[in-house]
Design a protein around this ligand. Sequence first.
Ligand code: SF4
Ligand code: SF4
Length: 150
Amino acid sequence: MLALPVGLMTTMKHVFKKPVTRKYPRAKAEMAPRYRGMHYLERYEDGTERCVCCGLCAAACPADAIYMEPAENEKGERIAEVYELNLIRCIFCGFCEEACPEEAIFLGHEFELADDARDKFIVSKDDLLVKHPRKDRSYKTIFRRTRRYH
Ligand code: SF4
Ligand code: SF4
């Protein structure tokens, strides 16, 4: 006998609550600060690339997802001429970020990585490098802001 009013009361309690669902993809959730999504390569404030192509990220990668070739810039500093990341192999463990001594590679918050062709999952340095001057804020805090090599 009481089931009907109890059921109605339960319904009414939820009618005026704020919905927990989002209108994705128009409304996206803020990812947790430590979320590990798409990688990005950082720059110094003057625009110079932080990556010195030391290879430690590739050595730490358990999925063998990183490939690089070194070169020198016009000041004789070592940089990566080629830096490729295979997103099919990557398991988003974050070991590359932890291994990097230059705070050059980070895993950001971008998670919409679906595509329809396998070759689009090999991302290049141009895809990974943040724009200079950057338009958005950095996802992660960089502790060593100044350059050590001149
Ligand atoms: S997140 Fe892990 S698997 Fe992906 S490139 Fe970095 S170290 Fe390799
Ligand atoms: S991203 Fe970091 S660890 Fe990887 S090659 Fe560049 S400087 Fe070395």
